[in-house]
Every structure is written in C-alpha cells, then in structure tokens.
Write a protein that binds this ligand. Sequence first.
Ligand SMILES: C[S@@+](CC[C@H](N)C(=O)[O-])C[C@H]1O[C@@H](n2cnc3c(N)ncnc32)[C@H](O)[C@@H]1O
Length: 218
Amino acid sequence: MNIRLFFLILITISSSALFAEIENPYQKKHFKSENKSMIAFDNSYFDSIECKRYDFNTKLKRQAFQIMDELEGWCTYQKASILIDFVLMARPQIIVEIGVFGGKSFVPMALALREIGAGVAYGIDPWSSGESVQGMEGPNKEYWSNVDHDAILRGLQEKIKKHGLENQIQLIRSTSIDAPSIFNIDILHIDGNHSDETSFIDVTKWVPLVRRGGVNYL
Ligand SMILES: C[S@@+](CC[C@H](N)C(=O)[O-])C[C@H]1O[C@@H](n2cnc3c(N)ncnc32)[C@H](O)[C@@H]1O
C-alpha cells in the first residue's frame, strides 16, 4: 500500500474522536475542514488567511514568542500559537514530542502546561548526528552531519532552567523507537527525522499510544 495512504488511514482511524471533547470557538479558524477526524495538516496551513486572522496577542503567547527567540529550531509563531491552543483546550496530562532539537516547538507547549498548572511534556530526541543523517541525502545530509547536537541539547537545558520549566518537562535522549512507550498520550507532536523509514516508525509506534480523543500533530 502507498505509504502516505497508509498513514492517512491510520491517523484517521486512531483519531476519529478528535475535538469531540474539545469543542471550542477556534476550531473553524484553525481547520479548513468541518470533518472532525481531520487532524493532520501541513505547514502551508499557517500561511492561510484563516490562520492569519487569529489573535496572537495574549500574555502567554507574547511570552512564548519571546522565549522562542532564544531557542534553536524551526517552529513558527503561528505553529506555536496553535500548539499552545491545543494545550489550553485539551488541558493534557501527557504531551509527547518526537524530535525536540532546541525546543522551539516543545517549550511553548510546556509554557502552556505551566499556565494550566498540570501535565508533563516528554521530549524524545537522540540529539545525535548519526541518527539525524539516517535516510538523508545531499544538502540535508551535510547539514545534519555538521550540527553539534550536544551543544543544542545543552542550550535547551539551560533555557529550561532559566525559565523555570523543570516541573513541566522531561527530556528523553533516545530515538523514538528505543524510547520507552508512554501510554494515554493527550497530545502527540511528531517532528523527528523526516525520512520515510523513520516517519513510518514514529507513526506506527506512537499514534496508537494516543488516547481516544487525543491530538495527533504531524
Ligand atoms: C526538524 S528537527 C525538530 C524541530 C523542532 N521540533 C522545532 O520545531 O524546532 C528534527 C529532530 O529530530 C531528531 N531526530 C532524528 N532522528 C530521530 C529519531 N530516530 N527519533 C527521534 N528524534 C530524532 C533530530 O535530532 C532533530 O533534533
């Protein structure tokens, strides 16, 4: 079966209850589709008019964006805003992120956890060039071979301490396949190695660990 089709079916089945429990006024702004099982969307969505209408000007988001400026990574303010909304709406006990790097998408979710006063965010990443180059070719391979993963991890640990997020965050230095399974996940964010092979492992291992009605964000 085509790998993309397999993912789509798997995600749709596992998450058919998404937002059944998280009815909220932002749903229509954040999702083009009325289909309640529509949960996987790509970054092009964040450039859409619907997303741009959203008000980022809350105290929590302003604080998150400031901290993001100190962190390494690729997460945009728009994406962070949506991740924060997921946390505020779902009020999760357990968040798992696969592929943390410098924490640019992970730390905003942890900040939102602190705001609601509950929950833990588990960040899984091997912080290893050897793992990052798996399945990569050309410029991507060159880029990932030259990243100083130890320094990226150290930088993240310093920022977690600086911003007092130790109670909300647990970092697990491991590949997604070797990491211990975490059950009843409320919010899963998969952003690890983007090769077909590793993405396949990430989805097949972790999506089934999301609780019914939980959020999968790929
Ligand atoms: C695209 S970056 C993550 C970006 C981050 N989420 C952000 O928004 O800034 C991909 C990360 O996946 C990690 N990674 C590579 N192989 C992995 C694996 N097998 N399991 C988990 N993470 C992996 C890399 O170390 C890297 O930090």
